[in-house]
Design a protein. Structure first.
Length: 295
């Protein structure tokens, strides 16, 4: 069995990658029915359709999540994902005979690398959607992680590739899969505390004041456990906890850190065990991204 997010039944992942322009996008396609949620904690996010993921909103599920480079320009890639979903007759049933695809999206700023005039748009989002499969997710310089970088807090001379990574953990009979895109201003550490990018455990004062909107860690959590939106929001907290443990500093005013999550199954599992599985899987996905991007 693949030890990535695509091991969760029904979850598929597709990428569009441009290694010359150093940008890309990644689509996580969800089975239905599902329950979706999300939370942004960074101070400089770029996002689309994230408000409907909050508790109390009438729409409970999403058809896909989009993570993309290109900063705010890259949000246009969601239109291509929507087009693919329409072709596949998937979306929120409005009761009028028209289905409206729900595709929450979030961006990283990767315009300082490669060719900043090349950004994921509708065609690139469509390509990523059509490329989605349940094959093991490749980690490293791929998809939305293509132009991602880390460790800018200590000066651009210390900057290293951030990449994209995935990991899988189990909570009893349930599975928890995580996909992460690493473009943080901070340094990256393993769950055990090893510094992967060379920074000190205590960050100290920044050597470089980053520009707004230039950094972000994006995470998608998927589980086959039966979880309502309120409880799913608590699992998102544990994912953000892992971001804080493994990225120092995290959730700064220069980052757009966001976590999306979906319950896509009916497996009964302990919420406490699920929370810890989410924490560990997020940490391992972060580690896998940076290690693979720097091989």
């Amino acid at each position: 069995m693949t030890e990535t997010i695509t091991a969760v039944p029904g979850v598929r992942v597709g990428h569009w990658t441009d290694t010359e322009a150093m940008t890309g996008c990644t689509v996580v396609v969800l089975p239905e029915p599902n329950v979706a949620a999300g939370e942004i904690r960074g101070g400089a996010p770029g996002s689309r359709e994230t408000a409907l993921l909050q508790p109390g909103m009438s729409v409970q599920q999403a058809q896909a999540f989009l993570l993309t480079g290109g900063s705010a320009f890259g949000l246009a890639a969601a239109d291509g994902v929507v087009r693919g979903l329409v072709e596949d007759d998937r979306g929120h049933d409005t009761g009028t005979g028209v289905k409206v695809p729900i595709v929450p999206a979030a961006v990283i700023f990767d315009l300082m690398h490669g060719d900043p005039s090349v950004r994921p748009g509708p065609e690139e989002g469509y390509s990523a959607y059509r490329a989605a499969s349940d094959a093991p997710v490749e980690s490293g310089v791929i998809g939305a992680g293509t132009g991602a970088t880390a460790a800018k807090w200590r000066g651009l001379e210390n900057m290293v590739p951030g990449g994209l990574g995935s990991a899988l953990e189990r909570a009893g009979d349930a599975m928890v899969g995580v996909l992460a895109v690493l473009n943080p201003v901070g340094d990256v550490f393993t769950l055990e505390g090893e510094s992967i990018t060379g920074g000190d455990h205590v960050p100290g004062a920044p050597q470089l004041i980053p520009s707004d909107l230039t950094n972000t860690t994006l995470v998608v959590v998927a589980t086959d456990a039966a979880v309502a939106r309120v409880e799913l929001s608590r699992l998102i907290v544990r994912s953000h906890d892992a971001i804080g443990a493994c990225i120092r500093p995290a959730h700064t005013r220069y980052d757009g850190d966001a976590v999306f999550a979906a319950s896509v199954g009916d497996v009964v599992a302990s919420h406490d065990e699920l929370g810890e599985a989410v924490f560990v899987a997020t940490a391992r996905a972060i580690e896998n991204a940076v290690r693979a991007a720097n091989e």
